[in-house]
Design a protein around this ligand. Structure first.
Ligand code: URA
Length: 205
């Protein structure tokens, strides 16, 4: 579990938190901070030695040991994808859609499409907000049922209830966040948070 302490992450987060930030600036800041968070997550990835020939001489380099699969949780997770793809253009993309049943308050999966390579891949699950933790737990369960064994979860803002749920149900998952906010309100919003990340990214408020 890591809270990424970096001046550029902090500056993007302040833009994302401000209620006066317009959709276009929100999109840009979310994409930028996503690259930085992915940069942090990727420092744990394994590499293997690889011989390269420079114009002058052969030398040893490194390549990533595993294929990469990025999995946004719909809808807000899509907001983190474009920035990450700029860093990892060869990554394969899976999608998981989860909504909360109004009566049972339980997460319900309405879409799940994951690549066949998932069992050997380094998998990065993304969602800007780790609120109750229900969607993240459901999504990690789906990834594991599909054979994924190396899973990181990247979010922008987490809160204690979501972290506790995800860490107790899936203690093997590496969680990377830009901030841990103190509260989850009765509506399921993180406080102070940044509001509804999906609405702000897609301009649907
Ligand atoms: N989802 C959001 O978009 N924002 C929150 O604060 C919590 C869940």
């Amino acid at each position: 579990m890591a809270v990424v302490n970096h001046p550029l992450v902090a500056a993007s987060l302040a833009i994302l938190r401000s209620k006066t930030t317009a959709s276009a600036d929100f999109r840009r800041a979310l994409q930028e901070v996503s690259v930085l968070l992915l940069g942090h997550a990727s420092s744990a990835w394994e590499t293997v030695p690889h011989e390269v020939e420079t114009p002058l001489k052969t030398c040893m380099g490194e390549i990533l040991a595993r294929p990469l699969v990025l999995v946004p949780i719909l809808r807000a997770g899509l907001g983190m994808l474009d920035g990450m793809l700029a860093l990892l253009p060869h990554a394969t993309i899976g999608h998981i859609g989860v909504y909360r049943d109004e009566k049972t308050l339980r997460p319900v999966t309405y879409f799940c499409r994951l690549p066949a390579t998932i069992s050997e891949a380094q998998v990065v699950l993304v969602d800007p907000m780790l609120a109750t933790g229900n969607s993240a737990c459901e999504a990690v369960g789906l990834l594991k049922s599909s054979g994924a064994t190396r899973i990181q979860f990247i979010c922008l803002v987490a809160c204690p209830p979501g972290l506790e749920r995800l860490r107790s149900q899936h203690p093997d998952i590496d969680i990377i966040t830009a901030a841990i906010d103190p509260e989850l309100n009765e509506m399921g919003y993180i406080v102070p948070g940044l509001g509804d990340a999906g609405d702000r990214y897609f301009g649907t408020t």
